[in-house]
Design a protein around this ligand. Structure first.
Ligand code: DQA
Length: 137
């Protein structure tokens, strides 16, 4: 099984950024743990701060991979174009968030991805990614 984790803007700063919300671990360290724990799954990770690059990656893997785990970060709440890309592809997408976006500011309650996602997992810290992996198993 081939799963792609796509992380959006500022998630390259995990471990340094607003630690009280997003935790102390870098995504790279967490990803090594994930690959070890789920070694029967072909797990790939892509991060970009650029909206178009995220769309290019969704299109690139969206007809061949078994699943996409997408944390589009702030683009979740603004990007019609990422929402359209998720709608366009055949690979199922699980939207994830580290924080519980619904317990935060109102603008974080909106998602342009959720209407076309297989499901949404939010609020479990980095474990949100793990729950998303398990949803494909
Ligand atoms: C986030 C939540 C978003 O609202 C925020 O802009 C992020 C991270 C999360 O994983 O909790 O950058 O997607």
């Amino acid at each position: 099984m081939k799963l792609m984790i796509i992380n959006g803007p500022n998630l390259n700063l995990l471990g340094k950024r607003e630690k009280a919300i997003y935790g102390k671990k870098s995504f790279d360290d967490f990803f090594v743990e994930l690959q070890f724990k789920y070694r029967d799954i072909e797990l790939t990770h892509f991060q970009s701060n650029v909206e178009g690059e995220i769309i290019n990656k969704i299109q690139e893997v969206g007809y061949s991979f078994d699943g996409i785990i997408l944390n589009a970060a702030a683009y979740t709440h603004t990007s019609l174009a990422i929402g359209d890309a998720v709608k366009a592809i055949s690979t199922p997408v699980v939207e994830v968030h580290i924080s519980n976006t619904f317990s935060r500011e109102d603008f974080r309650h909106v998602s342009y991805i959720a209407p076309n996602a297989k499901g949404v997992i939010a609020g479990f810290g980095l474990q949100s990614y793990e729950l998303a992996i398990q949803s494909f198993m």
